[in-house]
Write a protein that binds this ligand. Structure first.
Ligand code: CMP
Length: 225
């Protein structure tokens, strides 16, 4: 297990090696397999999590049972902190889309830690601000962009987290079903599928089950704008 990924999280920024170790060793390791639900939207929550490996999806469900994915998080990313900074129930359901290892920290412990190391708060605010920027962008895309544009953007976003350079292009093993990809884009499975098939016909991507190889990043970036 690569501890360095966890230690790169904003939670550990500005701390020296000993302090970092102390905090890290006080966190509990949790192993999840695909489909495990860590917590559900609306539940009370008193812990936050940092991902060491794997993928976690954060989703919300409408009253009529439809699902929307807010984000797919990967190694080094943190979640579960909102119910600490704004006390209230969990704002989303967190579940694993691939076998994952995550580390858990109690909110009480985090508060103590921030009081001892105020510099950490700046980095946590930075992480929250980046998330707000991304959420604003997603919101604007839902209003202003068409489905193919949003699919292109989602693929590029997933590639920054899970992409691997290959001779052919960037291989993104997203582990999402077609349904999950559609929930992430905020469109029907059929429309998302059609966009992907069109990208494949144009030679911009190649589909491989729960992965996609991005063959022409320039075209995808232009389509995402
Ligand atoms: P919390 O509300 O405790 O539990 C669900 C978590 O999902 C939340 O904390 C955040 O960490 C995370 N989350 C909520 N909304 C978003 C979003 N739009 N993008 C990324 N992560 C989010």
């Amino acid at each position: 297990m690569d501890d360095d990924v966890v230690l790169s999280a904003p939670l550990f920024a500005t701390m020296d090696a000993d302090e970092t170790r102390t905090l890290f060793e006080s966190m509990q390791q949790i192993e999840l397999t695909r489909g495990d639900v860590l917590f559900r939207e609306g539940e009370p929550g008193d812990r936050l999590y940092v991902i060491a490996s794997g993928k976690i999806k954060l989703g919300r469900r409408s009253n009529d049972g439809r699902e929307n994915l807010l984000s797919i998080l990967g190694p080094g990313e943190m979640f579960g902190e909102l119910s600490l900074f704004d006390p209230g129930p969990r704002t989303a359901t967190a579940s694993s889309v691939a076998d994952s290892v995550i580390y858990e920290l109690g909110h009480d412990q985090l508060v103590e830690w921030i009081e001892k190391h105020p510099g950490v708060a700046k980095h946590l605010l930075g992480a929250l601000a980046r998330r707000l920027r991304r959420t604003n962008e997603t919101l604007a895309d839902l209003v202003f962009s068409d489905v193919p544009g949003r699919v292109a953007k989602a693929l590029l976003d997933l590639s920054t987290r899970f992409g691997e350079e290959t001779d052919e292009g960037v291989r993104v093993a997203h582990d999402l079903t077609q349904e999950e990809l559609a929930q992430l884009v905020g469109a029907s499975r059929e429309t998302v599928n059609k966009a992907l098939a069109d990208f494949a016909t144009r030679g911009w991507v190649r589909r491989e089950g729960r992965a996609v190889v991005l063959l022409d990043l320039d075209r995808l970036e232009r389509r995402a704008r």
